[in-house]
Write a protein that binds this ligand. Structure first.
Ligand SMILES: Cc1ncc(COP(=O)(O)O)c(C=O)c1O
Length: 395
């Protein structure tokens, strides 16, 4: 059994028989739920720390190259095999007839894609980049930081009606609001779509079908919670697009850290071995089962706090059949997207007064009545967040 060193009498639940232990948070400190740092799954990995150990000797993985025979020459074979094995186990994407491109986080691959999907010559008319609001707040800054003559940020995809080529970003489930999305641009011009599937994993949303698009982005950060490893990958149908992305990664960082790849491959192997040896693995020792249970418990607690506060309303999510978990399930997004009730104009500053740090709607292209709250931070922060929300009184 893969997770054999876990003490069978104390699974990943705590004395109150939930996945959420009591908080030790100081009431004077700010609760910071502004960022999406996915440390919530830390207690799971802590229990599996021995199984996840890797050893890299002094002379190993020294080369820039990971596999000179692969188009993505800096990717090591264990990383490629682990990614394919994971998707095969989860059934969330069609990997056949696609090129796999590895990046230093999917953030690097986003930049690589902008480069690869833009016209090859700079022009006075850079290609327009759009995403339906509310959109992932980093897209805008990441697009405009170098003030490129190849591409430029335009904003809301739903308002795009120019007769000019464009790149549309579709994040599904969406950050910040968790909704399932499809392209929305209504223009006759030539458009290319980047699907960002960072949250299409069973702990956040039912896996309803195998997604199959020309360009799809994934990140290790939100899959297992190991954001610090900086591993992301893309499945790309067109070899010319894949080649341009690889050229970008070459010029930007000459590949992706081999140590990170080896570690990520190991974590994925541990997850997949658990599901492969299903009969001998307890359900809370299975990563996605544990992750889903944690997210469900957090969402139930959070909804209770929001109802008590009577200050915000929450996005509602549909129930669907999950082919991975083989059950009907709701979504448990990585972020909660709150809207202030009548009379409160700025959610972020309202919560700031309660010593809760959040990210306001304007960063996501909508108004300040909306606010995003991370559901994947530390347990202490999460418990304190719920306590402060339930105790909140309208001024
Ligand atoms: C939708 C989305 N895409 C991409 C990323 C970045 O992922 P990475 O850590 O792999 O750069 C995030 C991180 O929050 C995200 O929410």
């Amino acid at each position: 059994m893969v997770v054999s060193t876990i003490n069978d009498s104390s699974p990943l639940s705590f004395s109150n028989d939930t996945t959420i232990p009591a908080s030790t948070f100081s009431s004077n400190s700010f609760v910071n739920v502004e960022k999406g740092d996915p440390v919530a799954f830390g207690p799971y990995w802590e229990k599996l720390r021995d199984e996840c150990m890797i050893e890299i000797k002094g002379d190993e993985w020294m080369s820039y190259f990971g596999d000179a025979n692969n188009l993505c020459w800096y990717m090591v074979p264990p990383m490629r095999d682990a990614i394919l094995r994971l998707h095969n186990a989860v059934g969330n994407v069609v990997t056949k007839d696609k090129f796999l491109v590895l990046g230093t986080g999917s953030s690097q691959l986003y930049q690589a894609l902008l480069y690869a999907l833009s016209p090859s010559e700079p022009s006075d008319r850079p290609i327009n980049v759009v995403a339906a609001t509310p959109y992932y707040s980093e897209y805008k800054d990441a697009t405009d930081i170098l003030q490129s003559r190849l591409f430029q940020w335009i904003g809301d995809a739903a308002l795009y009606d120019k007769d000019e080529p464009y790149i549309e970003l579709v994040t599904s489930p969406n950050n910040p609001d968790g909704t399932l999305r499809a392209p929305v641009v209504n223009s006759g011009a030539e458009g290319k779509v980047i699907y960002d599937l960072a949250y299409y994993w069973p702990q956040y949303t039912p896996i309803t079908y195998e997604v199959d698009h020309d360009v799809m982005l994934f990140t290790f950060s939100k899959c297992t919670g190991h954001a610090g490893s900086r591993i992301g990958w893309a499945f790309v149908k067109d070899i010319e697009v894949a080649k341009k992305m690889i050229r970008f990664v070459h010029l930007n960082s000459i590949g992706v850290s081999k140590e990170s790849q080896i570690r990520a491959a190991k974590m994925i192997e541990v997850i997949c071995d658990g599901y492969q040896n299903l009969k001998s693995t307890k359900s809370d020792h299975l990563f996605f089962d544990y992750g889903k249970r944690l997210m469900k418990e957090r969402w139930e607690k959070f909804k209770g706090a929001i109802e008590q506060s009577k200050i915000f309303t929450l996005t509602k999510y549909p129930t669907s059949y999950c082919h991975f978990n083989k059950d009907l399930s709701e979504q448990y997004p990585a972020f909660a997207w709150l809207k202030c009730m009548e009379g409160i104009e700025n959610g972020e500053s309202y919560l700031e007064k309660l010593k809760i740090r959040t990210r306001g709607g304007e960063r996501f292209g909508v108004d300040a009545k909306y606010v995003r709250v991370s559901m994947i931070g530390t347990n202490d922060e999460f418990i304190e967040l719920c306590t402060r929300l339930s105790n909140a009184k309208r001024e």
